[in-house]
Design a binder for this molecule. Structure first.
Ligand SMILES: *Cc1c(COP(=O)(O)O)cnc(C)c1O
Length: 219
């Protein structure tokens, strides 16, 4: 089941975007199954859960933190996390830099942008993202690199609205990608989940975060 779903999604993506298998709430046995089917990118939304699972999977897995991150929890994932999708403040970036330095790493980050027509979602406005990318303080953060943007579309059946939101995020991405700073190097646009990843890819996503379409509904 899992193997078929992964192969089908990979076929649909046709190398236009890479698949992150979202494994939150799923047991390690299912992650192993996905690994055996060829998956090497896993997305978790909770720090503790990701830190618990990481040592139980092979070392060549890329771990993506896709959920809200509190500054006091950065230390638990700093040794191994491959991309943090949910950066929404300078303060958080400063803490990631500090913890990354302890492990002699440069941690790649995405700025999470608020694109949905809902008030429950985290993220920066376009203006706030631009201000962050131009903040003088970034010069003091050599152990982080901002490599792009992430966004969640509105949870709606109106696929034209979803498309508009993704298109807006891609336009912002193209504008902010012009930023000339050593630790701003745009290459990734993380958008699209089980219900909307095809649209996201059409609108320029490079990373889709897919959970339930692979592993079934979460209880
Ligand atoms: C849970 C989650 C996903 C995956 O959602 P599905 O609808 O199960 O594919 C993607 N992105 C984020 C940020 C999530 O929290």
């Amino acid at each position: 089941m899992i193997t078929n779903a992964i192969l089908q999604i990979e076929t649909e993506l046709q190398n236009r975007a890479r698949l992150i298998a979202v494994t939150k709430t799923k047991p390690v046995a299912l992650l192993r199954e996905a690994y055996d089917a060829g998956c090497r990118r896993f997305g978790e939304n909770k720090v503790q859960e990701m830190a618990d699972k990481q040592p139980q999977l092979p070392a060549d897995v890329d771990w993506h933190l896709i959920g809200h991150l509190q500054t006091n929890k950065v230390k638990y994932i700093a040794p191994f996390v491959s991309l943090i999708h949910s950066v929404d403040s300078l303060k958080l970036l400063q803490e990631i830099n500090k913890q990354a330095a302890k492990h002699n790493r440069i941690i790649n980050c995405l700025l999470q942008i608020y694109i949905a027509d809902e008030d429950t979602k985290f993220g920066l406005s376009p203006d706030e993202a631009e201000a962050l990318l131009n903040a003088p303080e970034l010069d003091q953060l050599p152990n982080v690199c901002i490599i792009g943007l992430m966004g969640l579309a509105t949870n709606t059946d109106d696929m034209e609205q979803v498309r508009r939101e993704f298109r807006g995020l891609k336009q912002l991405y193209d504008k902010l990608a012009q930023t000339q700073r050593p630790n701003v190097q745009f290459s990734e646009l993380s958008m699209g989940m089980s219900g909307d990843y095809q649209i996201a890819v059409e609108e320029g996503s490079t990373l889709v975060r897919v959970g339930s379409a692979i592993f079934g509904a979460r209880l």
